[in-house]
Design a protein around this ligand. Structure first.
Ligand SMILES: [Zn+2]
Length: 103
């Protein structure tokens, strides 16, 4: 996670934002040489990965690299989970294997 340099005023805004949008206020903030980290308490790495996945999915970004996904899946009208590059690399490889439903 990239640290963001902020002033005290900005940090207060981030703290108030936590109430309604804790996910969006997550981050590492540097205030005059001090570090403030807002992250989920006792989150396992699996939960962190899942949170990142759903955040990217909600914003229509590639779940592998975070690039904007532009193509929609004609089968369900939703954006693909992956950008074109990763779709070629990951999804196409799976096509040969027997279908296994992803949760
Ligand atoms: Zn990608």
């Amino acid at each position: 996670m990239e640290a963001k340099k902020v002033d005290h005023r900005r940090l207060s805004q981030v703290i108030s934002q936590m109430k309604k949008d804790p996910e969006g206020s997550m981050g590492i903030y540097v205030v005059g040489g001090w570090r403030v980290q807002i992250s989920r308490y006792k989150q396992t790495s699996a939960e962190r990965v899942r949170a990142l996945y759903s955040r990217r999915r909600d914003q229509g970004l590639c779940i592998a690299c975070g690039k904007k996904v532009t193509k929609t899946n004609p089968a369900n009208g939703r954006l693909y989970r992956l950008c074109e590059d990763h779709r070629k690399n990951i999804d196409y490889k799976k096509a040969g294997k027997p279908a296994k439903r992803r949760k």
